[in-house]
Design a protein around this ligand. Structure first.
Ligand code: PRP
Ligand code: URA
Length: 233
């Protein structure tokens, strides 16, 4: 068996990273300041939070982020009969797509679906190679749909940015329009890379952390979002 080299075990060692302050004001990046989101993210970070509790919190945060990331969607007028009289209300113009990046994106997508039950859900499987930190695509259930007002790519962790960039590359190749990217916690390194690779895609985060460690984990972070949701630690 071949030995694992230091470069494979610690792929981020020696790689310069931007500071948190230097990426705070990048264009089309929204980092939530909502007190309920901060409260729930703090519970999520706690190493004592059990997998069922962790999954419940990710779902709740998904619903809260869906609320924030849909605040500017377009409406079209629709006539409605109330028990008292007729009036003109509004309904979302065009469809909504949700793309969970497997597997950690599943909990966030569930939260999005609570707010947007009519949304189409397309699964995309990307796994990060622990030695190179390069994403590997292993599952794809995307559909070519252009009749969307918006399509959310959802994944809890934006670390090196490799998975997010790849996911958006794939969605663009499928011709999916009006993309938005939503994550719980971002690292400055991945946020900058993603902003540079896809300057047109709005980014919504619940929190922006300090840095990546030598293995590419977000610090202080919450650990491995997939393992903690599904109890595979
Ligand atoms: C995690 C996370 C992202 C990716 C982020 O997934 O959910 O998809 O890592 O890292 P990056 O920004 O450096 O690409 P992981 O590959 O661990 O798979 P999982 O969801 O199956 O746990
Ligand atoms: N993926 C995770 O689940 N956590 C990290 O900190 C980085 C990548």
């Amino acid at each position: 068996m071949s030995e694992i080299t230091d470069a494979q075990a610690f792929p981020m060692r020696g790689i310069p990273q931007p500071t948190r302050e230097s990426v705070l004001n990048l264009p089309r990046v929204r980092i939530s300041q909502h007190p309920v989101i901060v409260h729930k993210i703090t519970l999520l970070r706690d190493k004592r939070t059990s997998p069922p509790e962790f999954y419940r919190l990710v779902r709740e945060l998904g619903a809260l982020l869906a609320y924030e990331a849909t605040s500017d969607l377009r409406l079209e007028p629709v006539q409605v009969e109330t028990p008292l009289e007729s009036m003109t209300g509004g309904r979302l113009a065009g469809g909504v797509g949700i793309v969970p990046i497997l597997r950690a994106g599943l909990g966030l997508a569930e939260g999005f679906r609570q707010v947007l039950p009519d949304a189409a859900v397309w699964h995309l499987g990307l796994r990060r190679d622990e030695r190179t930190l390069e994403p590997i695509e292993y599952y794809n259930q995307l559909a070519r749909s252009t009749n969307l007002q918006v399509c959310f790519s959802v994944d809890p962790m934006l670390a090196t940015g490799g998975s997010a960039i790849d996911a958006l590359n794939i969605l663009k190749r499928y011709g999916v329009p009006h993309l938005r990217y939503v994550a719980l916690i971002g690292a400055p390194y991945g946020l900058l890379k993603l902003r540079q690779a896809h300057p047109d895609v709005p980014i919504y985060l619940a929190a922006l952390d300090e840095r990546l460690d030598d293995r590419g984990y977000i610090c202080p972070g919450l650990g491995d979002a997939g393992d903690r949701q599904f109890g595979t630690l």
